[in-house]
Design a protein around this ligand. Structure first.
Ligand SMILES: [Fe+2]
Ligand SMILES: [Fe+2]
Length: 336
């Protein structure tokens, strides 16, 4: 035992029958009900579509997914742990634990895609690229710097929402584009499951931001707004360069940035702030909106799982399930 033991005091058990913020409970229920795993999506069914892409388009898919892997790694390794330090309720910590695990699932799911579509050499090259590419590393490092070193809990939430509701979307553009063209549907299914999670994460963290923000003085609010808008402009400028690096070769950069603007406004909305771009959904390439809006029989925000998700069949156990190794009743009794 150390001499700090007395500082711990009595440890409190988390009580889900006394929840001080109903949003914590509702978010927990939503996130657990939409749980999914990458290994249940049949990505190999996309091989024919993949072989039809030329080298340049294959490069774009692989490398934007490399970028997304890096950002989900940031979220799983630094993001949620950092936000958890500022959690007000034990239930908020539980929700953040759930989010942290799902960020690991997101990060891993790109590897499931790579291992299906790419050779080992290609995969190594993609990871080498994402670990060293400057404009991508800028995003990761700037956000991680805030998570680790900024003492302001609101700044951390802003960084989190900007990352999840805006910066990911330059990468999401590619699978949504193919989905809108009815290509790489299983890859896109994974991305849509990630998008569905991010939608809840962004709303939840944005809500926690607004709760704390509403308690500030007008002056403090102004300082928070100034900081947030400055940071967004800095990220946006970098994003422009990152998008050019990935997309100039296929001519998509301008359309990708329109989509990023649209999502930057959404990130600001999650934080309860005014959007800064005049961009609306009608400005986004309709193929992308078509991809986003491709709903399947059970694939909307409140659904259990997406269409391509192979859910195991579950049935209730009966007493007969314990009759392992016992022969059926030879007299033809009531056994099945
Ligand atoms: Fe994620
Ligand atoms: Fe997330």
């Amino acid at each position: 035992m150390t001499d700090k033991l007395s500082e711990i005091g009595n440890y409190k058990a988390i009580n889900w029958d006394r929840v001080s913020d109903d949003i914590d409970k509702a978010t927990w229920e939503k996130l657990t009900e939409q749980f999914w795993l990458d290994t249940r999506i049949p990505v190999s069914n996309d091989m024919d579509d993949w072989r039809e892409l030329d080298d340049t388009h294959q490069w774009v898919v692989g490398h934007v997914f490399g970028g997304l892997t890096l950002l989900d790694t940031v979220q799983s390794q630094d993001g949620m742990r950092s936000l958890s330090q500022d959690a007000i309720t034990p239930h908020e910590k539980a929700v953040l634990n759930n989010i942290q695990f799902m960020e690991s699932v997101h990060a891993k799911s790109y590897s499931t895609i790579f291992s299906t579509l790419n050779t080992q050499n290609e995969i190594d090259e993609i990871f080498n690229w994402s670990d060293t590419e400057d404009f991508l590393q800028n995003k990761a490092k700037w956000i991680v710097d805030i998570y680790r070193n900024d003492p302001d809990s609101l700044h951390k939430k802003v960084a989190n929402v900007f990352l999840e509701t805006c910066l990911f979307y330059s990468g999401f553009y590619t699978p949504l584009y193919y989905l809108g063209n009815n290509k790489l549907n299983n890859v896109a299914e994974i991305i849509k499951l990630i998008l569905r999670d991010e939608s809840v994460h962004g709303t939840y963290i944005g809500y926690k931001y607004q709760v704390k923000y509403s308690q500030l003085t007008d002056r403090e609010k102004q300082a928070q707004d100034d900081w947030a808008y400055d940071f967004l402009y800095k990220l946006f400028e970098n994003e422009q360069k990152y998008a050019a690096l990935c997309y100039d070769q296929v001519g998509w950069t301008d359309e990708v940035m329109t989509f990023v603007q649209y999502n930057a406004n959404k990130a600001l909305m999650n934080l309860g702030k005014e959007g800064i771009f005049p961009t609306t959904a009608s400005d986004v390439n309709p193929i992308i909106m078509n991809g986003i809006n491709t709903t399947t029989s059970n694939h909307d925000f409140f659904s259990q799982v997406g269409n391509g998700y192979l859910l195991g069949q579950v049935e209730a156990m009966s007493d007969d399930d314990y009759n392992i190794g016992i022969a059926d009743d030879p007299k033809g009794g009531d056994k099945k």
